[in-house]
Design a protein around this ligand. Structure first.
Ligand code: C5J
Length: 228
C-alpha cells in the first residue's frame, strides 16, 4: 500500500484513483486589496504567499489526470442566500453586497469574486460557488465527489481556520479521508493556522492528516504518475 508521509501518521492512498484536490476560496475577495478580507481589516499579503505552492499542487494533479475542485465563497446578486446575520456581523468598512473597488463585495460573478489568475481553472475543471464557510453547505460538492468516486481529499486554500477547516470537518463527517496541505493553506492569523493544524491531526487524526506539498506530491507521484 502506498502512502503520503504525514502527521500524525502516514496517509494511506486509495487502491483506485479515488482522490481529488479541493482548493478553497483562492479568490480575489480574500487575496487582494479592496475585497472582503481587506474590508474586514486583514492583511491580505499573508495569503498571497501560498499561491506558488497551491499552483504546484494544481499542476501535479493536472499532470496525473486527477480531479480538481475549486470553490468560491459568494452570494447571489439579490443576496437571497446571504443571511442577515452574515451581512450585518462585525464592523466591516464594506459589507457583503456593497460596491467596492473590485465590484460588489462577495457577490458571485463580480470581478473580486473570481479565482486569482494564477490559479484559474482550465476548461472542464469544476468551480463550486458556496454561500457558506463549508463547501458542502448548499452546494453540489457531495454529488460531484460521488460521481467521481472520490474517497480521499487533499485540501488547500484559505482561510485555514474558517472555510478550510469547516470544509475539512464537513468532509470528515461524510466519511472522506482528508489530508490538509500545511504550506498550501494560510490564515490572516498565524496562531489560528497553527492551532487548526494541531487540532485536526490531534487524537490520532480526529479530523484527518496534515503534510507538506512536497510530501504530498512525492507520494502521489509514486502512486499515480504516468510512467513514460
Ligand atoms: C472567510 C474563508 N474567512 N474563505 N472565508 O470568511 O475562509
Amino acid at each position: 500500500m502506498k502512502a503520503i508521509t504525514a502527521q500524525p501518521y502516514d496517509y494511506p492512498l486509495p487502491s483506485d484513483t479515488g482522490i481529488a484536490l479541493i482548493i478553497i476560496d483562492m479568490q480575489r475577495d480574500f487575496l487582494e486589496p479592496g475585497g472582503f478580507g481587506d474590508a474586514l481589516g486583514n492583511d491580505v499579503a499573508r495569503l498571497q504567499a501560498i499561491v506558488p505552492t497551491v499552483k504546484r499542487l494544481q499542476d501535479a494533479f493536472r499532470a496525473m489526470g486527477l480531479p480538481i475542485f475549486q470553490t468560491v465563497e459568494g452570494h447571489q446578486s439579490d443576496l437571497s442566500d446571504c443571511p442577515p446575520s452574515k451581512r450585518d456581523r462585525g464592523q466591516a468598512s464594506l459589507k457583503i453586497g456593497d460596491p467596492g473597488p473590485m465590484g460588489r463585495i462577495l457577490v458571485l460573478g463580480e470581478p473580486g469574486n473570481g479565482i486569482i489568475p494564477e490559479l484559474a481553472p482550465l476548461p472542464g475543471e469544476t468551480v463550486i460557488p458556496k454561500p457558506g464557510k463549508g463547501a458542502f453547505y448548499n452546494t453540489n460538492l457531495e454529488f460531484l465527489l460521488k460521481t467521481y468516486n472520490v474517497s480521499h481529499l487533499l485540501i488547500a486554500g484559505v482561510t485555514t481556520e474558517v472555510c478550510v477547516q469547516t470544509t475539512m470537518r464537513e468532509a470528515n463527517d461524510r466519511g472522506y479521508e482528508c489530508l490538509l496541505i500545511e504550506d498550501a493553506t494560510e490564515s490572516y492569523f498565524p496562531e489560528f493556522k497553527q492551532a487548526t493544524l494541531e487540532m485536526v491531526r490531534a487524537q490520532g487524526g480526529i479530523i484527518g492528516w496534515t503534510t507538506t506539498a512536497d510530501c504530498a506530491i512525492a507520494g502521489l507521484n509514486a502512486r499515480f504518475a504516468v510512467k513514460a
